[in-house]
Structure formats: structure tokens, C-alpha cells
Design a protein around this ligand. Structure first.
Ligand code: PHE
Length: 449
């Protein structure tokens, strides 16, 4: 249970690592289709509110626990609890987090595999000359091919777990830091393209004109889950990163920077995708295929479009690669602290997650008719329950831990901000964030029941 000695080299390195974990499929793939399924501006507005009221305070709580404990998540939790006279069972939050990321990574890898397929297809010029209807159809044909989907899922898991096994996540991050600005640039280009389409103003109106009438408990629950997912919080994944945060740095400023960038990437992606949706007369609520259908429609016929599109999916795969390493890390750290070697731990987790991904991969082919709950496929369930229920539950427990269980001065020191800011954080977390998550979770369970 000794403290970790390493620290991120600079403040920038820390912020970039957080951004690598946060920016991924959540922003570019999940945000647009969830917005599409949940009434546009109603979802967007709630998502931003949740990021501000829950996301920021809980993210600070999660990282500060890691920073104060300077150990792997479960060890940090039990160390800090014991130190202040509480039960070491608080470390079970870490176990729940590891179980949550296990399920999340299983579908994350499948969807990242879709990006691989699209990268190869785009670079091979497969979309050139296809009509929008054909592009839509080709996505369904691809999903219905279990071999291709599983092949790409396997490739992605191999890439992720070999980086984790070799412990070279930070090397990949450096590469990623160089490449991510290109992804952001491409998103701006896509928004620029969107602005030239007939659907642009409709998209902006649909995203930004308040529409409180569209809000119901499902929209609220989805928006809350998405806020946790996109910021990578609630599963102790960022807690693991917090352990390496250098002393004497303000945590709130770093967290605010990451959250702003995260929202910006989601908005750019949403504006670009919905401009295409509305200019093509597509249904915004067409589900997880939204990004994969709209972007080829927009780009395939532009000059050099295949390269742009291939480049986009390549950069997206890079972004999801760093996020998935962050997803795998808490599980590997847990097995390592149970005495396994890093390589063995990575292998076990990799095989487990790969197997768990299979029913998701097959949810559009052989298992399309298997709907274990309320007409939902396995893919529908695994993309919603861990995110909408378990991330917020983990987040609220972490917040309770940081504000009620940990020694207060210890928490403030790890937050590294002025006393006023620390007190403000404590108050908001205790009296706004924690009750809000509990109320939303209970009312949605109530509604389902
Ligand atoms: N935040 C990542 C994304 O938006 C996903 C993620 C969730 C990563 C939870 C780590 C932990 O794609």
C-alpha cells in the first residue's frame, strides 16, 4: 500500500491526459445520437446543466481522492477511510467502478471497431458515388456481418491491451497530444461544411431553441448518464490518474479546462452531424448509426473526400484508443494490486472484455432478436445501464466519500485551490450534486417500477 512516486511532468501533461480520457466516442458518436433520440435541445440543455452542477464537482472529488491517496483507486479509498476512522469497505466503490468499466469497455471496443472498418472503407474509396440511401444501407450490411464486426472488435482490443500490458500509455498519449488538434480542426471543417448545407439553420434551431416540453424522466436520466460518461467520471478511472497529479496545482482550473473542451467537441460534432441529418431529411432519432451514416454522405463526394473521411475515422480511433486505455487501467491496477503481473492482468482483462463484447457485436446480426429486457437488444442494454445507473451511482458515492468521509483539510489540500473555492466546492457537492443524483436515480427507478 505504498504511495506512487511518479508525477505528471507538467500541468499541461496532466490536462492532456485527462482530455485523452474524456474526449472519445462519448463526444463524437454518443452525444449526437443521444441528443437525436432525446428531443434535441432538451437533452443538450440538461446535459450542460449536469456537466456544470454534477460533472465538475464530482470530477474534482474523484481526482482529489486519487491525489490525496496517491495509490490505486481501491487502495487510496481504503487508506483515506482508515486514516479518518472509517471502514475500509469504502474501497468497494473501486470494485464497482472496475465492474462498470468492464461493461463499458466491452461495447466501446465494438464501436471503435466500427470506426476501423469505416477508416478502411473510406480510404479504399468505397463510399464514392454511393447515394445517401446506399450509404445508410451499407452500414446495416456491415453490422449484419458478424465476422467483420468481431474482427474489428478483436483488433481494437489487441491494440488497447497491448499498450496497457506494456505500460506505455503515456507514450501513446504523447502521440495523441499531437494528433488531437487535427481532430478538432477536422470537426471545425465539418461544421464549416454543415454551414453550407440547407439543414444548418434547422440544426441550430433544433439544438439551441429551448424546448422544455420535451423533457421527461428518461431524457433527464439519459442526460445525467451522458454527463458522467463523457467526462469519464464515476468509475474511479480518473481517480487512478489523480494519483500522479503534481503537488501545488489547482485542480479546479484543470477540471474546468477539460470539461469546456469536452463540451466544445460534442457541440461541434452535433452541429456538423445534425446539419447533414436535416439537409438529407433523415430522422435525428435513428440511433447509434447516426455518425456512421451522415459523415460519409457529407464527405464521400467532395474532392479528396475519401482522405478526409479516412483521416477522420483514423483520428477518432486514436481518440477512442486513449479513452479505452483509461477504461482498462482501473481493472488492471486492481488485479495488479492483488499480486498479478501487469502483462497477466492485461491479458485476463482483455480476454474477459473481448468475450463480453461478443453479444454486443452480434446484437445486429445473430442476436438481433434476443431482447432480454423491454424489447431492448443486448447492445441497447449494455450501452445504457452501466452508463445511466452505475456511473452516477459510483459518482455519488465518490462525492459522499470526498465530502463526508475524508478528512476535510486533506480534501481541501488535494483540491489545491483558495479556501473560498474549496468551501464552495464542498457546499455544492454536498447540497446540490449529491442530492440531485440521488433524486434522479430514485425517480427513474420509481418510474420504471
Ligand atoms: N469519456 C469517454 C468518452 O467520452 C468514455 C469513458 C467513460 C472513458 C468512462 C473512461 C471512463 O468517450
Amino acid at each position: 500500500m505504498s504511495e506512487v512516486a511518479e508525477r505528471w511532468g507538467s500541468r499541461r501533461a496532466f490536462i492532456m491526459a485527462m482530455t485523452g480520457a474524456a474526449v472519445g466516442l462519448g463526444n463524437i458518436w454518443r452525444f449526437p445520437y443521444m441528443t437525436g433520440e432525446n428531443g434535441g435541445s432538451a437533452f443538450l440543455m440538461l446535459y450542460v446543466i449536469f456537466v456544470l452542477l454534477l460533472g465538475l464537482p464530482v470530477m474534482m472529488a474523484e481526482i482529489l481522492v486519487g491525489r490525496a491517496g496517491r495509490r490505486t483507486p481501491m487502495q487510496a479509498l481504503s487508506h483515506l477511510a482508515l486514516e479518518n476512522g472509517h471502514s475500509r469497505h469504502w474501497r468497494l466503490i473501486g470494485l464497482m467502478g472496475a465492474a462498470t468499466v468492464f461493461f463499458i469497455l466491452s461495447f466501446y471496443s465494438v464501436v471503435s471497431g466500427w470506426s476501423f472498418e469505416y477508416m478502411f472503407d473510406a480510404l479504399g474509396g468505397n463510399f464514392t458515388g454511393m447515394s445517401p440511401a446506399e450509404i445508410g444501407g451499407s452500414f446495416n450490411t456491415f453490422l449484419a456481418d458478424p465476422f467483420k464486426v468481431i474482427f474489428n472488435h478483436t483488433l481494437f482490443m489487441l491494440l488497447t491491451m497491448s499498450v496497457v500490458a506494456a505500460g506505455i500509455g503515456s507514450g501513446l498519449e504523447k502521440l495523441n497530444n499531437l494528433l488531437m488538434p487535427l481532430l478538432y480542426l477536422l470537426l471545425f471543417v465539418l461544421v464549416g461544411y454543415g454551414a453550407t448545407t440547407s439543414g444548418f439553420t434547422t440544426a441550430l434551431a433544433w439544438l439551441f431553441t429551448p424546448n422544455p416540453a420535451a423533457i421527461d424522466i428518461t431524457v433527464v436520466l439519459n442526460a445525467m448518464g451522458h454527463a458522467f460518461f463523457t467526462l469519464a467520471i464515476g468509475a474511479c478511472a480518473l481517480m487512478a490518474y489523480g494519483a500522479y497529479m503534481p503537488d501545488r496545482q489547482s485542480l479546479p482550473t484543470a477540471v474546468i479546462a477539460v470539461a469546456c473542451l469536452d463540451i466544445l467537441v460534442a457541440l461541434l460534432s452535433g452541429i456538423a452531424i445534425f446539419s447533414i441529418v436535416f439537409s438529407q431529411g433523415m430522422d435525428p432519432a435513428s440511433g447509434p448509426g447516426l455518425m456512421f451514416v451522415t459523415l460519409p454522405i457529407a464527405l464521400a463526394d467532395l474532392p479528396g473526400g475519401n482522405i478526409w473521411l479516412g483521416g477522420f475515422f483514423l483520428l477518432l480511433a486514436m481518440a477512442t484508443w486513449t479513452s479505452s486505455i483509461n477504461l482498462a487501467e482501473p481493472m488492471v491496477a486492481m488485479l495488479q494490486s492483488a499480486g498479478l503481473k501487469r502483462g497477466v492482468a492485461a491479458l485476463l482483462i482483455g480476454v474477459g472484455v473481448w468475450l463480453m463484447g461478443l453479444p454486443s457485436a452480434l446484437s445486429f446480426s445473430s442476436l438481433a432478436d434476443w431482447t432480454p429486457l423491454e424489447g431492448k437488444t443486448f447492445f441497447d442494454l449494455v450501452t445504457s445501464i452501466p452508463t445511466d445507473i452505475f456511473l452516477p451511482l459510483g459518482g455519488v458515492l465518490i462525492a459522499i466519500f470526498a465530502t463526508w468521509i475524508m478528512d476535510r483539510q486533506r480534501a481541501f489540500d488535494a483540491l489545491g485551490a483558495s479556501t473560498t473555492l474549496c468551501r464552495g466546492w464542498l457546499w455544492v457537492t454536498r447540497w446540490i450534486s449529491i442530492p440531485l443524483v440521488i433524486i434522479v436515480l430514485i425517480s427513474s427507478l420509481w418510474h420504471q417500477g
